[in-house]
Structures are given as structure tokens and as C-alpha cells.
Design a protein around this ligand. Structure first.
Ligand code: NAD
Length: 290
């Protein structure tokens, strides 16, 4: 059993905390927003109670919640052996968090960055412990996804990598190792696809439903790219494609203006109730057009 710090209690942080606590680990969950902390605990509770209905295992929600201590103070992380960072995909936010967290957590603790695109070596350089720094690209929804990308930074030690691999195994995750590069493997491809799908809607070539239907019906994909965008978070898609655009200085990653407009309008997808589709309280979806 490991005591794990989870920073960022949004879509990913809530899922990581739930998966860890369900696997028997104790969790310190921290977010700057008290609302996000409250929402994350409520999401964990609902997910645990619904697990059986959705074809998953029977989960004792009280047992899971008992293992999660949550709040807004970074001091909750001082005893953590591993700290998994899941905050907004923004370099400046991540930079100031790592610089604030580094002196607070145990010197032997390992940092794990759960980022969509930012290179792990770049994030590790913000800390005084680049050997104890590992990238894990979790998939969403975390408790239901069987695999992750595991990314060592340039200086990551074999010991740190092994400690993280063991934690992932205990969470039921298969770790697929990939080398450090902006966007890793998955998002180098997925973000371009989603961005181009948004451009098709922006240019009135097809509606979001039609774009998604082509991918579902013609290619047999379980979800279309714009349903996927809503699941990931339209804002997170925009921030990730911006990271790729800036990193490679390549126009092929130019963000679709529709993603910017939707992010500004608060149409962030499932988490805000509206994105390319709208989401009712029962989970029913209907088409939306920004
Ligand atoms: P989100 O917007 O749902 O949540 C981000 C949370 O971080 C918010 O609750 C915010 O209040 C909090 N936060 C911001 N600054 C903070 C700080 N300094 N300290 C503590 N908390 C802070 O985003 P998300 O979808 O959970 O994504 C989190 C990270 O995981 C991002 O880097 C994203 O790229 C990555 N990621 C996302 C997905 C996905 O499908 N959404 C998948 C893999 C990786």
C-alpha cells in the first residue's frame, strides 16, 4: 500500500484518486478550487455506487472515500511517497505548481506528471529531482481504462520508473513504455484528428453528429472524434493542440478557431454539460451547435 498525493481534482484527478483508493492505497487529493474538490468526491461516490450497474465490479463507496483525504492545501502532500500531478494543461500553471511543491514533499518521493502533451523532461527540469520524475499518460475515464503510456524523462532513474510501474500494476494498468516527446504517441495522433474534425464542423462540411457517425459506422470506432473531444474536455483539447503547435512550431497543429470559441464560451464538453453535444442529468445526449 502506498500513500499517494493526487494534485488536480478535475476529470483526471478524480479518476486517478478513485482508482488508487479502490486498489487499497491511501490518497491525499488537492485542488486549488474547493468546488473541484467537492465535485471530485461526489463523482467518486457516484462512480462507485454505479459501478455494478455499468458492468463493473461491486465497489464499497464508503471504503473508497475513507481512503481519500481531500482539500485545497498542498501541505496535505507532505507524507506522500508518490505524487501524481493532474492539473490544467498549461505550462505556467504547472511550472509554478512544481516549484511550490518540490520543497514541500518528501525528498525521496517520486513525481508523476499526467499531462496530455508537455514533454516530461521539460517538466522534470522544474524540480530538483529529475531522477525521481516519471510521465504517465492516463486514459479517460481512468478507472475503466486498462492501459497507460509510461514515459521516462531524460534523467529518470530505473528505481523511480520501477516504483511507478509497480503502482500502475496495483491499479490494474498495463504500462506501455514510449519515449519522451511532445504529445507522446497517443496525442500526437489523436489531437490532430480531433482538431481536424472540429474544422469540418467550423467549415460547415458536416455537423458534429455526422462527423462522429462516419467514424462509428464506416470505421467501427466506438466513439467519434467529437464525442471523444467532449469526454476529454474541449478546453483540454485546445490546450493540448496549443502545446503541440508551440513545441513543434509546425502549422499542422494550428488550433481550430471553433475550439477557441467553445473554450471561451465555457462549452467544455461533458464536464460543463455542453460541448459538441449537450448532456442531460441522466446522461442523455442531444446535438448542440455553438
Ligand atoms: P480539468 O480541467 O478537468 O481539471 C484540472 C484541475 O486542475 C481543475 O480542477 C483545476 O482547479 C486544477 N488546478 C489548476 N491549477 C492547480 C494548481 N496549481 N494546484 C491544484 N489544482 C490546480 O482537467 P483534466 O481533464 O483533469 O486534465 C488534467 C491533466 O491531465 C491535464 O494536464 C490534461 O492534459 C491531462 N490529461 C487529460 C485527459 C482527459 O481526457 N481529460 C487524459 C489524459 C491526460
Amino acid at each position: 500500500m502506498t500513500h499517494v498525493g493526487v494534485v488536480g481534482a478535475g476529470v483526471m484527478g478524480a479518476g486517478v484518486a478513485q482508482n488508487l483508493a479502490h486498489s487499497g492505497h491511501t490518497v491525499a487529493l488537492v485542488d486549488t478550487s474547493p468546488d473541484a474538490v467537492k465535485q471530485a468526491l461526489s463523482t467518486v461516490e457516484t462512480n462507485c455506487r454505479m459501478s455494478r450497474l455499468l458492468g463493473g465490479p461491486e465497489i464499497d463507496a464508503d471504503e473508497v472515500l475513507k481512503r481519500i483525504e481531500a482539500g485545497t492545501e498542498l501541505s496535505l502532500l507532505t507524507d506522500a511517497e508518490i505524487v501524481i500531478e493532474n492539473i490544467t494543461e498549461n505550462w505556467e500553471l504547472k511550472r509554478s505548481l512544481y516549484q511550490e511543491m518540490d520543497p514541500l514533499v518528501r525528498p525521496d518521493a517520486v513525481f508523476v506528471a499526467n499531462t496530455s502533451a508537455i514533454p516530461i523532461t521539460r517538466l522534470a527540469s522544474l524540480t530538483g529531482r529529475p531522477r525521481q520524475f516519471v510521465g504517465v499518460h492516463f486514459m479517460n475515464p481512468v478507472p475503466m481504462k486498462p492501459a497507460v503510456e509510461l514515459i521516462p524523462g531524460h534523467h529518470t532513474s530505473p528505481e523511480a520508473l520501477e516504483a511507478v510501474r509497480e503502482l500502475l500494476t496495483s491499479m490494474g494498468k498495463k504500462a506501455i513504455p514510449v519515449n519522451d516527446a511532445c504529445g507522446f504517441v497517443s496525442n500526437r495522433v489523436l489531437m490532430l484528428t480531433v482538431n481536424e474534425a472540429a474544422c469540418l464542423v467550423y467549415e460547415n462540411v458536416a455537423t458534429a453528429e455526422t462527423v462522429d457517425e462516419v467514424f462509428r459506422s464506416c470505421f467501427g470506432h466506438p466513439m467519434g472524434p467529437l464525442e471523444t473531444a467532449d469526454l476529454i474536455g474541449v478546453d483540454t483539447i485546445l490546450y493540448s493542440i496549443e502545446v503541440l503547435y508551440e513545441h513543434f512550431a509546425d502549422s499542422k497543429y494550428r488550433p481550430c478557431p471553433l475550439l477557441k470559441k467553445m473554450t471561451d464560451a465555457g462549452l467544455h464538453g461533458r464536464k460543463s454539460g455542453e460541448g459538441f453535444y449537450t448532456y442531460g442529468p441522466t446522461g442523455a445526449t442531444t446535438p448542440a451547435r455553438p
